[in-house]
Design a protein around this ligand. Structure first.
Ligand SMILES: [Zn+2]
Ligand SMILES: [Zn+2]
Length: 196
């Protein structure tokens, strides 16, 4: 499916960054498990670009997921018939395994957040000299034309330039094939795989 995307443009110097640099699935590979990685825009002093950086804003949401997975597991374990049902019903075994995996992944994600929040990396060069994008880049979306409309001053200042970024529609719909990327616990790229 083709998607429209937004552009951030500095009102002073005209530098632009495309939202599609945030696209694509990314994960940390920790102990053989894929731990989700979330990204946001950030200004990288080394790349001198507005690019995808690590984002750790999901702590509350992830804690909630861990609690829910624990509660699910507790329900399975508390049932007096649990061992028998577990043997008899593959569906039930699968549900338990699923709760365990959610718990595992959630706890490891919290581990990543606790260790790295405040020291986000640029995902292009690995530098930690980044300024996370703090601003509002919301634009109205028109379902008919499947594109964004209007302009918005985001409030985020272009570091070293002083101009303010505004958000605007790209005016294009692209059908972009994105790679999957895996990073180590430290946030450094291990592997990039493009769909065949
Ligand atoms: Zn600028
Ligand atoms: Zn960089």
């Amino acid at each position: 499916m083709s998607m429209s995307y937004k552009i951030l443009e500095c009102e002073k110097c005209g530098y632009t960054a495309s939202e599609f640099s945030l696209w694509g699935r990314r994960a940390y590979c920790v102990d053989g498990l894929d731990i989700p990685m979330y990204v946001r825009f950030g200004w990288c002093a080394r790349c001198e670009e507005l690019l995808a950086i690590e984002s750790f804003e999901d702590a509350d949401e992830t804690l909630k997921e861990v609690d829910e997975a624990r509660a699910d597991l507790r329900r399975h374990l508390d049932s007096t018939l649990a061992p028998l049902l577990g043997l008899l019903l593959p569906g039930r075994r699968k549900a338990m395994a699923n709760a365990m995996e959610r718990l595992h992944i959630g706890i490891r994600r919290l581990h990543v957040i606790a260790r790295h929040r405040g020291t986000e990396r640029c995902l292009s060069c690995g530098s930690r000299e980044v300024v996370p994008f703090e601003g509002n880049m919301d634009l109205p979306y028109d379902l008919m034309s499947r594109s964004y409309l209007g302009l918005r001053l985001t409030g985020f200042v272009h570091p070293g330039c002083g101009g303010i970024f505004f958000a605007k529609p790209s005016g294009l719909c692209i059908n972009m094939v994105m790679p999957r990327r895996w990073y180590d616990f430290d946030g450094l790229l291990i592997e990039e795989k493009w769909p065949q």
